[in-house]
Each structure stands twice: as structure tokens, then as C-alpha cells.
Write a protein that binds this ligand. Structure first.
Ligand code: AMP
Length: 432
């Protein structure tokens, strides 16, 4: 049996989040909203179209794309067999789904490149720690159908700008993995080197040496990190075309004044990358290895998945980590909804009438708030004042009898009596 039901005092069982999963509570929702707005704004400026794909996909889609021996596929995917015997995975990322959608809906026949974006939740069964959860959100941008290095640079610029406009100064980490052939040669060189030091490797790295040698480069165990320092660098293995492509991406970044660091140890944990690979870390003390987002080029993936040979490049930004970073840097999201009017009501009859009045005012464009659960005038005026509204409307028993309503100016406390049927027009006039 699973653990989400926990025995509380008195023997009652109470529900609990799954380990490593996360709720977004009202105090944090404004961060998510701010990031989502920025994601949309950038997507629209750069002509990306939004695509939503299902949370569940065929397991094989991720096994083939991300790679069987990667951590994500071998250890972290939530998978199950459904009642029809189909093998299903909860999406651990979005690139594979975007490619599946591109192939399945014949987007290859549209003018290229096709630019897709999405904002979504994904799931990986990782060991939970700060900034690493089992349920997390990503904003993802993919450009499919263009091999030009300008695409790589544009995506990096979008990621950099995204964070900059949220208030986070980032530093791009960039590397090139070359072609699959480069990667094979480099992997051989790496294995040769590591075999000589096999005894010093941690348990995980011993497995990586056999199954996924590139991942040896991002082990965090101190003894393994020392070995990384003297390991061969992929840049020395790059073929001419990949080198040219890489230099061109860097030139675009120079022109765009995007700060970057050539990081020959950056490999990322997914098999589908070719050529450019990048991450964005916060540019501050202690910001090393905090990947707020990352991505790269994956020219071979579409063909691997059964589509036409189509170059592509993309990145995903980790929303949860960006929120943590915003908090770390004391960046607070702006208040989105500033109400102008509070509707206060006293007594049952007034409350009944208030419901419709509130909705009429709201529908006519007035930014209005209420608290129908609160009956005392003092409390309601207090709430109005806390919300910083300009006017409070007061509908009490006397006003019900007279068919009027009080309009109180919250700045100077003056009140005027307005005929009930004129109040919508009067409020709108006052607010200009
Ligand atoms: P990836 O899909 O692995 O390329 O990751 C892209 C970004 O998603 C990373 O740079 C992180 O910011 C974020 N991310 C990846 N895994 C997790 C996780 N388990 N929890 C929170 N954020 C994550």
C-alpha cells in the first residue's frame, strides 16, 4: 500500500502528498502567474504557438528519445501498465511530446521552422531535495525545422531574457556535443581515460562508465570531480561543421551581449542532444550548478522517432527553481489585481441584493471585491481599507428601505447617498 494516508492522533487517517510532490499554495501562486505571463509574452513576441499535450504518453516515446540508459528513463520515470496492457509513462519532460505532436499532426507540411511552446507540469521520481522535486513545472520552447545556428542563439537569448526580465541576472553555460560520430569518438576517449581510474570511482560512476559514460562528467562526488578536471574535453573532438556551427552561435551571443561561459563539462542528462548544449545559472556567488533552465539542439531526434529527418533545438526552464531563486534574491511578484471598490452589506435583505449588484458592477468593468461571509460594518470597512480601495459601497437596512446606497470615499471618509438604480453609472463616473 502507498503512504499518502497517514495515521493522525486518535487513530484517524489523514491524506498526505506523495513524497517529493508539491502543492502550489495561494502565497506562491503569484510567482507562478508572473512567470506564466512572461512565458506567454516572450512566446508571442518570438512567434511561438502554444501546444498542450497529455500528461500520459506511450512509455516507448521517452525510452527512445531520452535514452534507455539515462537517469530519467532508467530510474526516474513514473510508469504503469494500463488495463489494456499498454505501457504508459507520465511525462518527465516535453521535447519528446512536442516531436510526437509535430510528426503526428503533419507539421512538417507547414512553413518551417515550426515554433512551439508550452507551460506544464512534469514528473520524475528523483531523490527530493531543495530545487529537485518529483512534480515540477517547466516553460518549454522548441524550434523545429531549422538547422541555422541563429536558432540556437535565439533560444539562448530568450532564456536569458526571460530570467533577466524576472529580475534574475543569469550566466549561460554552453558546450557543443558535435555530431553523434563526435560523441562516439569522445565517449571512447572518455572511457579509456576513466578505465585507468576505475577504482577511484563512486558506485554510480562505475555503472555510468559502462552504461552512460558522458554522465561521468557531472558527478558531484568530490573524488569523481577531481577526475573530471583531467578528463579529455569534447571541444578537441569536434568535427569541422560542428565547430563552425558552435563558433557561429557564440558570435551571435557576443553580438547580443549575452554573457556566457564555455563549459566543456556540460553534458546534460538526455541522449538526444547534438551540437549546442546550454544551461542558465544565476550569476551570483553560490549560483554554480543551479540550472534554472537548459536545452540544446537535437537534430537526430525526429528521424529516430519515425519522422522526416528534421533539425531542431529547444530548452526548458524550471519554474520551481526560478521561484526559489526569485525568493533568494527577494524579488516579489507585483500585485496583479488592485480593486477600486469594496461592497459592504448589512443584514439579510441587503446581502441578497448585493449578490446581483456586485456582479453587475463587475460585469460593467469595475474592479470590485466583497466578503459576503462578513456581516459587521467595522470588519468590512477594515477589509476595504486593507485592500486599498478608493470607494466602499454600503448597503444597509436603511438604504434597503430608501432604495439607495451609500458611497464612501475611503480617502477622506466622506459619504454620499446615491439612488440604487444609478449606482453603477455613478461608480463608473467617479472612477473615470
Ligand atoms: P531538463 O528537462 O532536464 O533539461 O531540465 C530543464 C530544467 O527543468 C532544469 O534546468 C531545472 O530547472 C528544471 N528541473 C529538472 N528537473 C527538475 C526537478 N526534479 N525538480 C525541479 N526542477 C527540475
Amino acid at each position: 500500500m502507498s503512504k499518502p494516508l497517514k495515521k493522525a492522533k486518535g487513530g484517524k487517517v489523514r491524506p498526505q502528498l506523495l513524497r517529493g510532490m508539491k502543492d502550489i499554495l495561494p502565497q506562491d501562486a503569484p510567482y507562478w502567474d508572473m512567470i506564466r505571463r512572461k512565458a506567454r509574452e516572450l512566446a508571442e513576441s518570438y512567434s511561438f504557438s502554444r501546444v498542450e499535450t497529455p500528461l500520459l504518453e506511450a512509455r516507448d516515446l521517452f525510452e527512445r528519445s531520452i535514452g534507455e540508459h539515462t537517469d530519467i528513463v532508467s530510474k526516474e520515470m513514473f510508469t504503469f501498465t494500463d488495463k489494456g496492457g499498454e505501457s504508459i509513462a507520465v511525462r518527465p519532460e516535453w521535447t519528446a511530446s512536442a516531436c510526437r505532436a509535430y510528426i503526428e499532426h503533419g507539421m512538417v507540411n507547414q512553413p518551417q521552422p515550426v515554433k512551439l511552446w508550452s507551460f506544464f507540469q512534469c514528473f520524475r521520481r528523483e531523490r527530493p531535495q531543495a530545487g529537485r522535486y518529483r512534480s515540477f513545472w517547466q516553460a518549454d520552447y522548441e524550434v523545429i525545422g531549422d538547422a541555422d545556428p541563429v536558432v540556437d542563439a535565439e533560444l539562448i537569448l530568450i532564456l536569458y531574457t526571460f530570467l533577466k526580465e524576472l529580475g534574475i541576472q543569469g550566466l549561460v553555460q554552453i558546450n557543443s556535443l558535435g555530431t553523434p560520430e563526435t560523441r562516439r569518438k569522445y565517449t571512447r576517449g572518455l572511457v579509456e581515460y576513466y578505465k585507468k581510474h576505475a577504482r577511484k570511482l563512486c558506485g554510480d560512476c562505475k555503472v555510468r562508465l559502462k552504461k552512460n559514460p558522458l554522465r561521468l562528467l557531472d558527478c558531484k562526488v568530490p573524488e569523481c570531480r577531481e577526475l573530471v578536471t583531467a578528463a579529455p574535453e569534447i571541444i578537441d573532438f569536434l568535427d569541422d561543421e560542428s565547430r563552425k556551427h558552435f563558433m557561429s552561435v557564440l558570435e551571435y551571443l557576443d553580438e547580443s551581449e549575452v554573457p556566457y561561459n564555455l563549459n566543456s563539462r556540460l553534458v546534460r542528462g538526455l541522449d538526444y542532444y547534438t551540437r549546442t548544449l546550454f544551461e542558465l545559472w544565476p550569476d551570483r556567488e553560490g549560483g554554480e550548478n543551479i540550472a534554472l533552465g537548459g536545452g540544446g539542439r537535437y537534430d537526430g531526434l525526429m528521424k529516430l522517432l519515425g519522422g522526416r529527418d528534421t533539425p531542431a533545438c529547444g530548452f526548458a526552464m524550471g519554474v520551481d527553481r526560478v521561484v526559489l531563486e526569485m525568493k533568494e534574491q527577494h524579488i516579489t511578484p507585483p500585485r496583479q489585481f488592485q480593486p477600486d471598490v469594496y461592497l459592504a452589506q448589512l443584514g439579510d435583505r441587503a446581502k441578497r441584493r448585493s449578490l446581483k449588484l456586485f456582479n453587475d458592477l463587475r460585469a460593467s468593468g469595475v474592479r470590485i471585491i466583497e466578503n459576503f461571509s462578513q456581516d459587521g460594518l467595522k470588519e468590512q470597512l477594515g477589509a476595504a481599507s486593507d485592500a486599498g480601495v478608493r470607494y466602499t459601497l454600503i448597503l444597509g437596512q436603511k438604504e434597503m428601505l430608501d432604495n439607495t446606497i451609500l458611497l464612501r470615499d475611503m480617502e477622506n471618509g466622506s459619504q454620499e447617498v446615491v439612488a440604487f438604480e444609478k449606482i453603477v453609472g455613478e461608480v463608473k463616473k467617479k472612477l473615470g
